[in-house]
Design a protein around this ligand. Sequence first.
Ligand SMILES: [Zn+2]
Length: 377
Amino acid sequence: MRVIGYTYPWDLTEDPWRRDRVLGLGLDAVAVAGAYHAVRAATSTHPRQRTKVASHAAFYRPVDPSRFGTLVPRPAGWTESADAFGETVALLQGAGVPALAWTVLSHSSELGGRHPDHTVVNAFGETYPWALCTSHPDTLALAAALVSELSAGHQLDGYVLEAVGHLGFEHGGLHDKTMSYSALERSLLSTCFAPCCREARGTDADDDLAAAVREAMQPGGAAGHPDADLAGVLGAERTDLLAAGQERAVGGMAAAVAEVLPPSVEVHLPASPDVHASGPFAPVGPALRGLPAGTAPFAAAWGSLDKIETQVRTLVEASDGAPVGAYLTYIEPGAPPLAEQVARAAEAGASSVHLYHLGLCSAAQLDEVAALVQSLR
Ligand SMILES: [Zn+2]
């Protein structure tokens, strides 16, 4: 069982206590946020602050605009170093810990806000500033540039590629009051009708698809029925059209990134077994078809032990023999003991666990990680 931890750059570059603790854990690899969305993070052992407010999506290295296209990420203004990512990689590798670049590809309210013509648009014509349309060539160029620039000057050991595929309706960055929408309605609202996605699916068929989505979401419409599902509401033909669109959009982004990945790096993919999935966890089939052989998808395995088992098993079944991992949290109140989570994930077929999160957790929770790693050695 491989054990991979997650961290923000400031957790190691600004917090000596945590840095020493993390470097001594004996982890197989640590993923460091290099291109990352906005966040308000706990910094419970930082010598000078107790919260870190990353007020916009940022690139944690110096930004050279000439290396990017139309979409140029902003650097972070809240880290003590301009190359916080690069320094963290050097700290990890200097201590013999492989370093992975945790790279968020299509989620940036900062870029979506500045470039509304590059965002996801729903069937009602509403733009989602937090979500870049992954059929747009400029989004592909951004993804490729982020990946290239993170490895500039470093021999990274690998990448965690988050949001290979567009984000949809879900967005944790606002005070959400959307609880009345069902999972199906959220899925319908997540379908992208931006020009590039429409063009890729074929405009005539797309007018019909958008009308069907709107119809299903009228008061008393089919989407509101508790037993409704996508194919039942849209019909098999339109559902297949959507799946083919996902294949092109997600597969296209995966292929664009694969072209610039350094040779022989390990690649980890937050993934969903559902071809219609939107969000950080990309549809596993199309994404794996674009990414290099050996890419390891991993499942969102948060919650009860039974839920962990189901999530991992379902992804294993959808992943065509790829080595599957489990994304586990031990920082949520009420989370099962980490050792039990790992045991259940292994039973379900996981060969790696991704531990969220070495910077956000308490000192006692770091002890839990240390005990886990010792027990596995
Ligand atoms: Zn789109």
